[in-house]
Design a protein around this ligand. Structure first.
Ligand SMILES: Nc1ncnc2c1ncn2[C@@H]1O[C@H](COP(=O)(O)OP(=O)(O)OP(=O)(O)O)[C@@H](O)[C@H]1O
Ligand SMILES: [Mg+2]
Length: 322
């Protein structure tokens, strides 16, 4: 039986706050509720998101309105082949008036950062952003500076392979808590979009503040996970490691990420305990992109998410007696 750690009041306030975020985002963006829920899950789990989708499916619209609704500062970085690490982190410049070097903060100092088409820039530039994501700090001209939380990166990549792109290496993919697909909208939704957006939009309002976000993150840390669910997560990642079509399975970091994400999802659902369903729903988005297939399996069209589906199918969730 789960131990109750969070007050009923607190839990209903969380559910209320997150519903308001979803409603605000919905003023600017039409699409599946699960997408907004996934972004909120990542925000609460202190994670970063890899968004995959073709141009024009409203990735920027979604991320910007999400940042505004969460009360967070927002910056967008367009990755290009000539983008430099200092275009992301910032640089020191000589201030003529005072003859002093002053720091010019780069766009990474925002709370929600959209890195558009991350694989258009070479590895050195990509890693400036990826380091910030992992360390929560950046180094500018030899000086290390912390980024103040909350800090969430959403990086987009085009699913269609282009010439002259730099795919993210496996170790970098592991830095993203989830990978989400943004697909074309359902016909009815797309039509609704045409009708709705042919007139001026209602403005998206902030319904949270950065301190609210930090408080929600701490609440998510307090969500209870039963021992049997830790075992379930481990069984899922072990399945991926021993699969004959997999060259490199889900890492311990991936297992931890799944637990963090499951806690955040539970909290969003107004619960202070994780359900097996939280783990099951998140296993694909959290683990799928971290599984490296064998070259033969890849040629045969196998995918990471399909391996996760197989794991969910075959790995039983065992409830401990008593
Ligand atoms: N599902 C949607 N909900 C709301 N607006 C949409 C939707 N799909 C497309 N649009 C509209 O289409 C336009 C393009 O959206 P946006 O710039 O956010 O797309 P994008 O995915 O960021 O594109 P790119 O890949 O070129 O950066 C905007 O005017 C946006 O309002
Ligand atoms: Mg865009």
């Amino acid at each position: 039986m789960a131990t109750t750690q969070l007050e009923h009041d607190t839990l209903s306030r969380v559910a209320d706050a997150t519903a308001r975020v979803a409603a605000e985002v919905g003023k600017a963006w039409l699409g599946p509720a699960e997408t907004i829920e996934a972004l909120l899950t990542c925000l609460l789990a202190r994670g970063h998101v890899l968004l995959e989708g073709v141009p024009g499916v409203a990735k920027t619209t979604l991320v910007k309105s999400f940042a505004v609704a969460a009360g967070c500062s927002f910056r967008r970085i367009q990755f290009t082949p000539d983008l430099l690490p200092s275009d992301i982190t910032g640089t020191t410049v000589l201030d003529r008036a005072s003859s002093q070097f002053v720091l010019r903060h780069g766009p990474v100092f925002a709370q929600v950062v959209l890195g558009d088409e991350i694989n258009r820039a070479p590895a050195k530039t990509q890693s400036a952003l990826l380091e910030a994501m992992q360390e929560g700090q950046v180094t500018i001209d030899g000086q290390t500076m912390p980024l103040s939380p909350p800090f969430m990166v959403l990086a987009t990549q085009n699913p269609i392979e282009h010439e002259g792109t730099y795919p993210l290496p496996e170790a970098q993919l592991d830095r993203f808590l989830v990978k989400l697909q943004m697909r074309y909208p359902e016909p009815a939704v797309e039509k609704q979009m045409l009708v709705t957006y042919s007139r001026p939009l209602e403005e998206v309002k902030a319904v949270l503040s950065p301190p609210d976000v930090l408080a929600l993150q701490r609440l998510a840390d307090a969500v209870h996970v039963d021992d049997e669910l830790f075992d379930y997560v481990l069984a899922l990642v072990r399945f991926s490691r021993s699969h004959r079509r997999v060259a490199l399975g889900a890492s311990p970091r991936a297992a931890l990420a799944l637990v963090h994400a499951a806690r955040a999802r539970a909290l969003l659902g107004g619960r202070d305990y994780v359900l097996p369903d939280d783990v099951k729903r998140l296993a694909g988005p959290v683990l799928g992109h971290r599984i490296l297939l064998s070259p033969e399996a890849e040629l045969e069209g196998a995918t990471g998410p399909a391996i996760v589906d197989e794991a969910l199918d075959k790995v039983p969730h065992r409830r401990k007696p008593g």
